[in-house]
Design a protein around this ligand. Structure first.
Ligand code: PLP
Length: 376
C-alpha cells in the first residue's frame, strides 16, 4: 500500500490486456477548476479515497496539486499514509473514518488530520494530545441528518464538557444525504441543523458539501467543499445535463466476430435468442473486470467510428467477455483487435450505470485490475 499505483503497475498481465482504461488527468484538472468556480468563496478540496475512486490516487493528487489543490480527503489511515509521501507537509490530508484506538500517533507523526466522528474518538485524541503535550490538529464530524458518521443531535449537549483547548480544531464538517435531489427537504433541514450544531463548538472552518452539494448554492458551500465524483466526470446534477468533463474511457478489444441465424442462443442461460440473422462481436471485458452482470441485455457499446449507432450488449455478461450486436454497423466495420467503447464520451458512465440499476460511483470503484491503464 505504500504506492497504490506501483501495486497496479506491477501486475504482470496488462501488457497484452484485452481492454484499455484511459484516465484523462487534464479533464480532472478542468473539473477541479469548474467546481472551484462554482464555489468561489470556498476552498476546493479533492476526495481521493478508494484509490481515487479506483482511478489512481497518486497521479490524481499530483495533478490536482498543480491546480492549487491543497486539501485532500481519504477514508482510511493507510490511504493517508500513502498519500503523504507524494504531497508536501503544507498540504492537508483528512482521514474521514477517524482513527481506531491505538493509531493516533501514526496519524499525528505523518501530519494527517483525523476526522473525529464520535465522543469516544474525541476523548482518545484529547488523551493522546495531553500525553504528547501537543495540540495536534483534528476535525470533528457532526451528523446533521443521515445517521452515518458523526456526533448526533442527541449527543450535542455532551460536547460542552469537551476541553476544546486540548487540540487544534481544524474542521467542522457534516455530509448531505440527498444533495443530488435539489428540492429534497432534507437538504434544507441538514443545512439548518449543521448551522445550529456548529455553534456549540468553537469557531473553525466548516464544510458540508460533496460534489452535488456544490450545485445546491452558496449557502451550502461554507469554507471548504469536498467533491470526489464530479472531479472524475460523474454527473453531480443527475436531473440536468452533466456540467463536468468526461474523464474515464473504457475500451474493450474485439476477440472475434460471428454471424448467427435466427433462433440461436447467446451466452449463459440462453437469456438472449436471435429473431433474425445477426452479426455479433465478442469483447474481452467481463464481470471480473467490474463490468457488472446487471448490464447483460441492458447496456450498449459504441464503435468509435460510428458513435451514433448503439451496439446492444446481448446475453449475460461472462467473467471475461461480453457479446455485442453489431448488425447495425456496416459489414466489415469492426475487426478482431479493434476497440469498442463501453464507458466514455459516447457511453456516459451515468447512463450505462442506470441501465444496470447502479450509479457511476459503484461502476468506477468496481473496475478491475486487468486493464491497461493509460493516463493522459
Ligand atoms: C465520499 C465522500 C465525499 C465525496 O463525495 P462525492 O459525492 O463523490 O463528491 C465527501 N465527503 C464525505 C464525507 C465522503 O464520504
Amino acid at each position: 500500500m505504500s504506492d497504490l499505483n506501483q501495486a497496479k503497475d506491477s501486475l504482470p498481465f496488462t501488457q497484452w490486456a484485452g481492454a484499455e482504461l484511459k484516465i484523462d488527468l487534464s479533464a480532472i484538472a478542468e473539473n477541479y477548476r469548474r467546481l472551484q468556480k462554482k464555489a468561489p468563496a470556498a476552498r476546493c478540496a479533492a476526495v481521493v479515497k478508494a484509490d481515487g475512486y479506483n482511478l489512481g490516487m497518486i497521479p490524481i493528487a499530483k495533478r490536482l496539486k498543480e491546480e492549487g489543490c491543497s486539501d485532500f480527503f481519504v477514508a482510511y489511515l493507510d490511504e493517508g499514509l500513502a498519500l503523504r509521501s507524494v504531497l508536501s507537509d503544507n498540504d492537508q490530508i483528512y482521514i474521514l473514518h477517524g482513527l481506531f484506538p491505538g493509531s493516533e500517533s501514526i496519524c499525528a507523526n505523518a501530519n494527517l488530520i483525523p476526522i473525529l466522528n464520535s465522543l469516544e474518538q474525541i476523548d482518545n485524541w484529547i488523551r493522546f494530545c495531553n500525553q504528547n503535550q501537543t495540540r495536534h490538529a483534528a476535525g470533528v464530524q457532526l451528523d446533521s441528518g443521515m445517521s452515518r458518521f458523526g456526533i448526533g443531535p442527541d449527543e450535542i449537549e455532551l460536547l460542552c464538557r469537551i476541553d476544546w483547548k486540548s487540540f487544534d480544531l481544524a474542521l467542522i464538517m457534516s455530509h448531505l444525504a440527498c444533495a443530488d435531489i435539489p428540492n429534497h427537504p432534507l437538504n434544507f433541514k441538514q443545512l439548518q441543523q449543521f448551522r445550529l450544531m456548529k455553534q456549540m463548538l468553537p469557531p473553525a472552518p466548516a464544510s458540508l458539501s460533496a460534489s452535488s452539494g456544490v450545485f445546491l448554492g452558496k449557502d451550502w458551500h461554507f469554507d471548504l467543499i469536498r467533491p470526489g465524483a464530479a472531479l472524475y466526470g460523474i454527473n453531480p446534477t443527475p436531473q440536468k445535463p452533466n456540467p463536468m468533463q468526461n474523464v474515464v474511457t473504457l475500451l474493450g478489444k474485439v476477440i472475434q466476430t460471428r454471424k448467427i441465424k435466427p433462433d440461436i442462443a447467446v451466452g449463459y442461460g440462453a437469456s438472449f435468442v436471435s429473431k433474425k440473422l445477426m452479426r455479433l462481436a465478442l469483447v474481452s471485458i467481463g464481470y471480473a473486470d467490474g463490468f457488472l452482470r446487471s448490464f447483460g441485455n441492458k447496456a450498449f457499446a459504441k464503435s468509435q467510428k460510428y458513435p451514433e449507432i448503439p451496439l446492444p450488449i446481448i446475453g449475460r455478461i461472462s467473467m471475461d467477455s461480453l457479446c455485442i450486436d453489431i448488425s447495425e454497423l456496416p459489414e466489415k466495420a469492426l475487426h478482431t483487435s479493434d476497440f469498442v467503447e463501453l464507458i466514455g464520451p459516447n457511453c456516459p458512465i451515468d447512463h450505462i450505470a442506470a441501465t444496470g440499476g447502479t450509479i457511476g460511483y459503484e461502476m468506477l470503484t468496481a473496475l478491475g485490475n486487468r486493464y491497461q491503464r493509460i493516463y493522459y
